[in-house]
Write a protein that binds this ligand. Structure first.
Ligand code: FAD
Ligand code: NAP
Ligand code: MG
Length: 453
């Protein structure tokens, strides 16, 4: 097939896109030229851990937001690749909540198997994307970061898979300028051991606040106070972690909350989320959204409604991750391969409006999980992605939510069954709250004894 497809980013989403095309090629399809641009020197996106924060080695904002000792926060059974199961990759069943390195190994295992690396140009950043109406092509300005050279290339389709948990949303509160300790965003957080013995303030009420509060306590922080803006998470926190309402101001090292309470702290970690930030997209092509389940202007959650030859992958807030990326990638692929025809613009807008209105009416995590599962099933209905038990993943997510409210330190000690093979996961040899070593070797070593068993 003639034509060229640009894929921006070689994280899990970009790799899903490349893999989807390789599956079609293996099935005999004529696939257009694929070029994936990745500004980092290796693949894996956020899962490619870096010690760097602030700027990267090229002077660009560092992409990485992951930190040491991060474990999966959802059951791995809810993100399993239906065409490359955990059992296939590891040769046996493994526990449900793997540490970062184990999930990275799994993601890269499929990418290696399908041989997609040859399409990726590393240390290469996309600096600008615009559209030329006359030729109906996209013009990309690309920078080879190693050589410091820029060039222009033309493409027929563009897939933006640059992630949206990398550019921090950084609020300020009165008194921050004079605070005598460190103030950092979770994007720059790397190692809990830095905070051993310290009293911490964690600002935020979502996954990063939850996990960084637990992590820092697990690795020896003296106390952690979490400050929520909208609603407390209200998990059964272990001793030494408490939740207070919104921060009002800071005086010296004393942090004051809107309910009149105060605490003395040594450091402040802002777990205040991320911004969808696409400075490399021309204004008319640039997605602008907060972290929602159905972003505006994307038909099927993927196609830029003004010009569907531009696609965005995985720009949704994420319960489902790799499963959703695959569903979106397969659908995008089939559009590029002319296997799927999209309706006219008015129809697309109507459809987006229905999903967005439904999102506005959702009440609580259970309905949100079903909403995202419905989005995935909507896509899977029209593509040849291998069958798996999607209904089971819905159940798993709801059970997981329940486990979290019962024990926030213990929910990762549960096991779930695979929606692809049906095999139940073994329970990890060491309770997560006790497991200080997050290496792949220790995680996979089933001779380890569980000290709490
Ligand atoms: P990313 O992983 O962000 O990859 C995007 C890639 O695009 C990067 O490699 C980047 O360098 C590249 N890129 C960006 N801009 C350009 C450009 N202009 N030119 C060239 N290349 C570019 N999900 C889970 O399923 N389980 C978890 O436990 C989990 N934990 C998480 C913990 C943290 C702290 C964070 C922030 C996220 C976590 N996630 C987790 C969610 C995460 O979003 C997904 O797992 C996944 O990494 C998203 O993949 P992606 O490819 O869309 O984006
Ligand atoms: P998020 O889910 O978007 O949450 C952002 C939080 O910041 C919200 O609670 C928001 O409060 C709060 N906030 C924003 N502005 C604020 C302000 N001015 N003052 C106080 N609070 C403010 O972002 P996230 O928690 O960073 O999670 C991002 C992704 O990373 C998720 O996909 C998550 O699963 C993943 N993650 C995974 C792990 C893991 O353990 N594997 C760990 C961390 C993160 P409101 O509710 O009031 O808006
Ligand atoms: Mg690395």
């Amino acid at each position: 097939m003639a034509g060229r497809v640009a894929i921006i980013g070689a994280g899990p989403s970009g790799l899903a896109m490349l893999h989807a095309f390789e599956r079609a090629r293996a099935g005999g399809a004529d696939v257009p030229e694929l070029v994936c641009f990745e500004k980092q020197s290796d693949w894996g996106g956020l899962w490619n851990y870096t010690w760097r924060s602030g700027l990267d080695e090229h002077g660009d904002p560092c992409h990485g937001s992951m930190y040491r000792y991060l474990w999966s926060n959802g059951p791995k059974e809810c993100l399993e690749f239906a065409d490359y199961t955990f059992e296939e990759h590891f040769g046996r069943p493994i526990p449900s909540f793997p540490p970062r390195a184990v999930l990275e190994d799994y993601i890269l295992g499929r990418a290696k198997k399908s041989g997609v690396r040859r399409h990726i140009q590393f240390d290469t950043a996309v600096r600008w994307v615009d559209h030329d109406a006359t030729s109906d092509t996209f013009r990309l300005i690309i920078e080879d970061l190693g050589r410091g050279e820029s060039r222009e290339e033309e493409f027929d389709h563009v897939v933006v898979a640059s992630g949206h948990f990398s550019v921090p949303n950084v609020p300020s509160y009165p008194g921050f300028e004079q605070f005598p300790g460190r103030i950092l965003h979770s994007h720059d957080f790397r190692d809990s051991q830095e905070f051993a013995g310290k009293d911490l303030l964690v600002v935020g009420g979502s996954y990063s606040a939850e996990d960084i509060a637990l992590q820092t306590k697990k690795y020896g922080a003296r106390s952690v106070t979490i400050s929520y803006r909208s609603a407390p998470m209200s998990f059964p926190w272990p001793d030494g972690i408490e939740e207070l309402p919104q921060l009002d101001r800071v005086e010296g090292r004393t942090v004051h909350f809107v309910d009149g309470s105060s605490r003395d702290v040594d450091a402040i970690i802002l777990c205040t989320g991320y911004r969808h930030h696409f400075p490399f997209m021309a204004g008319s092509l640039r997605l602008s959204t907060s972290n929602v389940l159905y972003p505006p202007n994307l038909y099927k959650g993927v196609f830029w409604v003004d010009n569907p030859k531009l696609m965005y992958l995985s720009m949704q807030d994420q319960f489902y991750t790799f499963t959703m990326f695959d569903a979106e990638a397969w659908y995008a692929r089939d559009y590029v391969l002319d296997r799927i025809t999209l309706p006219d613009r008015a129809e697309m807008e109507k459809d987006i409006a229905v999903w967005r209105a439904r999102e506005d009416s959702l009440d609580g995590p259970s309905e949100q999980i079903d909403f995202q599962a419905d989005h995935i099933e909507d896509l899977l209905a029209e593509v040849d992605y291998p069958a798996f038990d999607m209904a089971l993943t819905r159940e798993h997510f709801k059970t997981w939510e329940h486990h979290k409210t019962e024990s926030i330190v213990g929910y990762r000690d549960q096991g779930f069954s695979s929606p692809c093979t049906g095999t139940p996961a073994p329970i990890h040899h060491t309770a997560w709250w006790e497991a200080l070593d997050d290496s792949q070797a220790t995680f996979l070593d089933q001779r380890e004894k569980n000290p709490t068993a």
